[in-house]
Design a protein. Structure first.
Lengths: 111, 117
């Protein structure tokens, strides 16, 4: 069966450090993978999309990698700030643009 | 741009009543909208795909007669939870992609918190 696993339910890091979140998938061949941020009681907010033929994508302090051989995506936040504290979700496309989400990793950045 | 709204943001109802949740794309048209449900500390689970002018496509295990979806226009989809029970209490979120341009990114509404007593 298809699975999307975000390996850490929670991640605590110190302000200024780089946060690295992992998304692994099985029995999937996604055309693209997306990362979203979700704050408590709110809907997810789109951050980055990376396609199957792209290795890496950056946006300001964010960096995403996509290894289709390992079936893994890494999401990095450099120079982390307390305001980065949130739950981060990875999502893989299925078809018709609908997506499957991982369970999320709750990131806490301590000052 | 690309704003999606939901109404109401929070609703409390008695068991056995029906609740309607609206999802609107405010500044774009969307042929397709998606409805998700999220239980505490769990991820979003796709319930159904709402198609303007046609029947919704439901995910396996989601009762179409219980969760009625109407996509009457390119900017509005509604989800009605019929005969709600306490186990239907959850966070319901809709999303949509603009018909034009980059369609792979979905824009999510702020969610509706449903509590069935």
């Amino acid at each position: 069966s298809q699975k999307i696993e975000q390996n850490s339910e929670a991640l605590n890091i110190q302000e200024g450090k780089t946060a690295t979140l992992t998304c692994n998938y099985t029995n999937y061949s996604p055309a693209y993978l997306q990362w979203y941020r979700q704050d408590p009681g709110r809907g997810p907010v789109f951050l980055l999309l990376i396609r199957e033929n792209e290795k890496e994508k950056r946006k300001e302090r964010l960096k995403v990698t996509f290894d289709t051989t390992l079936k893994q995506s890494l999401f990095h936040i450099t120079a982390s700030q307390p305001a980065d504290s949130a739950t981060y979700l990875c999502a893989l496309d299925r078809h018709n643009n609908d997506m499957r989400f991982g369970a999320g990793t709750r990131l806490t950045v301590k000052p | 741009g690309a704003v999606v709204s939901q109404h109401p943001s929070r609703v409390i109802c008695k068991s056995g009543t029906s609740v309607k949740i609206e999802c609107r794309s405010l500044d774009f048209q969307a042929t397709t909208m998606f409805w998700y449900r999220q239980f505490p500390k769990q991820s979003l689970m796709l319930m159904a795909t709402s198609n303007e002018g046609s029947k919704a496509t439901y995910e396996q295990g989601v009762e179409k007669d219980k969760f009625l979806i109407n996509h009457a226009s390119l900017t509005l989809s509604t989800l009605t939870v019929t005969s709600a029970h306490p186990e239907d209490s959850s966070f319901y979120i809709c999303s949509a992609s603009p018909n034009t341009g980059f369609q792979e990114t979905q824009y999510f509404g702020p969610g509706t918190r449903l509590l069935v007593l």
